[in-house]
Every structure is written in C-alpha cells, then in structure tokens.
Design a protein around this ligand. Structure first.
Ligand SMILES: Cc1cc2nc3c(=O)[nH]c(=O)nc-3n(C[C@H](O)[C@H](O)[C@H](O)COP(=O)(O)O)c2cc1C
Length: 380
C-alpha cells in the first residue's frame, strides 16, 4: 500500500529492519517521556484557519542562512544511515537535492563528508561533535569547509550520552558493515570492537544486527555510549563556542537549545542561529517538548539569528505551528530513516513530498500564501 503519511513509513521500516536497529533509531532516553511529548505538544495546539484570503498563488520557498530551499523542512543530522539502507547518507542527500532542500550530515555519518558532498548539488550543513582531541575536531571542520558545506551545526546537548534503554537491552553495537566514516583511522582502536555481521542484504534494506554475539561490549552495554563517553568533550562550554566561531569562516548554529537564557548566550557569542531541539528525546528525559520551548527561544533571540526546530514533526500542520511560533524552518530526523529503510532515496523523497503537500494545504487553509505569513494569530 502506498504510504499516505509519515507514520506509514515507520510501519514499513519496522517490517524491514532488525529489531535492534529499529529500536536504535526509534528509541529515546529512559522512560521516553520527551520522545512522546515532542509529538503530543503538536496536538495540544490548534490552528484556527483564516478564510476568504485568496490563497490561489502559494509558495513554500524560504531561505536559511542565505541558502534558498523549496520548503521550510530540512533533514536533521541522523547518525549511521547505512544501518537503514546500503547507500545510507548518499541516498538521503540525493533525495534532499531532488526536493530542493537542505541536509545536515552527522559527524557520525556512515558515509564520509566528502563522498556525500560529491553525490549532491544540494546545500549541505555539517553537524559537529566536539572531541577532546581538538586537532581531530578542527580537521572535521576543515574537511567540511573544503567540501563546500555551508554551515556548522554544533550539537550542544550531547556532552554525555543519554540513557537509551532500548540500546542497552539489545547491547546495541555497530555491525561491521557500518562505520564512522569520518573518523576512520582517527579514532582507530578506540571504538569498542565492532561485531561481525553479514554484508548488507541484496534487497538493500540495511544491515541486520540481530542475533550476533558482541565480543567486546562496553561496560554500559552500548558501544556508542562508550565512544561518546571516552571521546566527546564533556568540558564543552561557551568558551568552546567562541573558539569554534573564531576557527571557521562558516556560520555556526547551536543545536539543542531549549532555555531562553542559553539562546541569549548563543547570540552574545556570535552564533548565527539555534536549533530548538532535545535530540529527538534521546538525551535528557522529561526535557520539554521542543514546540513548548520554541516561543521562549524565539523571543530571546529577538531576530538576531535564525531559529529552527526539530523533534516530533510528522505532519504539515506541525510545520505550520512551528512557523507560526517563529521558527524559520523545521527539520525531521526519524522519518528520513524510515523512508530510507522502506525504499532508499525514493522513500526519503516520498517522506518529503508528503510533508510538502500537507504543509501546502495547512498553509492555504490558514489563509497564508507564504511561510512568513503565518503568525501566532492562527494558533489557539
Ligand atoms: C537515530 C538517530 C541518530 C541521531 N544522530 C544524531 C547525530 O549524530 N547528531 C545530532 O546532532 N543529532 C542526532 N540525532 C538527533 C536528530 O538530529 C534530531 O534532533 C531528532 O531526530 C529530531 O527528532 P525526530 O526524530 O522526532 O524528527 C539523531 C536522532 C536519531 C533518531
């Protein structure tokens, strides 16, 4: 059956992916309150359509940090996309370019910075994790600059890893067919041994990780958590942000800001924008839903930078609500990997086009012809 909504892609992905891989993507931290609340927050807010406003001519196009995109929906950084589909990030990048939108590549992508850039003419941003090894961190920055990435998205909500119980139960580790492609060599021997796994299936539906013995499990039972705990810099602070901004010619966006005071500090330190994000509910459980935190951050930023939101966006009406509260654009994470798992680049395109169509209808029925015509007046 042809998927009609983003959740249909999740249902397909559940069929195709091994249980531990599905849970790695789907899961959140601890009791997953924030994971659920991200979505529920959108249902707590109503859109009051405005009528008789002539919405015959409409455009969803917008601009983020100087890059024109065809709609205010971007692709959030999601690690290890080759777990979902052989081509991984390459397929996602092709679909993003076809939809004329922007993709953010994770530091932990399973295809390298350069290979993704070579596969697309579309705009790319690079998501950066700061390593204790500042040389390694700067090398990632230079590689992104050289490959033509247009902004750095510094993730500030993952100095330590959230307690992801689904991964702990599965003792989740990367199968040998999937690597941290940007870090090969650099952190060699420091990532807990990858377990052996069959090559990606001929059908292309990712790498099965189930039923395989993990030979060297970390103490916590999740190899990723061990990687983060041993290599990410938990001492990251505002001085690090200032340092990074001083090191690069690219605009820097801080991802993972929920508190208005942090949004103010981000502007004071020269950030070009902030992502209102709780990492898709994967870090601090019981953190507020991003939609609930958005307005305070927009107010604190006060037009000095751009504000984006991710977390739980599954419908065009969700996008409309975020825009009405002042977000310039939103990003989607899990739906992209569900699309990938279902049908590779075609699946990601399907996800993006469903969201585009739904947003177009929501905008029109709110009496708006362009994203910037939505404001708080349409919310109840
Ligand atoms: C499987 C998975 C991997 C992720 N990897 C990263 C990452 O490497 N870097 C990062 O900044 N955020 C990462 N995120 C968080 C996303 O960028 C984004 O904040 C979140 O997925 C948005 O919520 P949504 O999945 O409900 O759309 C990841 C999220 C998921 C689900």
């Amino acid at each position: 059956m042809k998927p009609l909504r983003l959740d249909d892609y999740e249902d397909l992905a559940r069929e195709y992916l091994a249980a531990d891989v599905f849970d790695y993507y789907a899961g959140g931290a601890c009791d997953e309150h924030t994971l659920r609340d991200n979505r529920e927050a959108f249902t707590r807010l109503r859109l009051v359509g405005r009528v008789l406003r002539d919405v015959a001519e409409r455009s969803l196009a917008t601009r983020v940090l100087g890059s024109d995109i065809s709609m205010p929906v971007m692709i959030a950084p999601v690690a290890f996309q080759r777990l979902a589909f052989d081509d991984g990030e390459l397929a996602t990048a092709r679909a993003a370019a076809e939809a004329d939108t922007l993709m953010i590549i994770s530091t932990l992508s399973s295809v390298s910075i350069e290979e993704v850039a070579a596969a697309t003419h579309g705009p790319l941003w690079f998501q950066l994790y700061v390593y204790k090894d500042r040389g390694l961190t700067l090398e990632l920055v230079r590689r992104a600059e050289d490959a033509g990435y247009r902004a750095l998205v510094l993730t500030v909500d993952a100095q330590v890893w959230g307690k992801r119980e689904r991964d702990l139960r599965h003792c989740f580790e990367l199968p040998s067919g999937v690597t941290m492609a940007n870090l090969e060599g650099a952190v060699h021997g420091r990532f807990p041994s990858e377990r052996s796994a069959p090559a990606p299936s001929a059908a292309g539906h990712g790498v099965s990780g189930s039923g395989l013995a993990a030979t060297h499990r970390s103490m916590s039972g999740s190899g990723l958590a061990a990687h983060v705990d041993s290599l990410f810099d938990a001492a990251l602070d505002w001085n690090t942000v200032a340092w990074l901004i001083g090191q690069t010619r690219l605009p820097v966006v801080l991802k993972g800001v929920l508190h208005p005071d942090d949004a103010r500090l981000a502007m004071a330190h020269g950030a070009a924008g902030v992502f209102v994000s709780n990492h898709g509910g994967r870090q601090l459980d019981t953190a507020p839903a991003t939609l609930d935190a958005l307005e305070g951050v927009v107010e604190a930023v006060g037009g000095r930078g751009e504000v984006y939101l991710d977390g739980g966006v599954r419908r065009g009406s969700d996008v409309a609500k975020a825009l009405a509260l002042g977000a310039r654009a939103v990003a989607i994470g899990r739906p992209v990997v569900w699309g990938l798992a279902a049908a590779g680049a075609r699946g990601v395109s399907g996800v993006l086009e469903i969201l585009r169509d739904e947003l177009d209808v929501a905008l029109a029925l709110c009496g708006a012809r362009r994203p910037d015509e939505l404001d708080r007046a349409v919310l109840l």
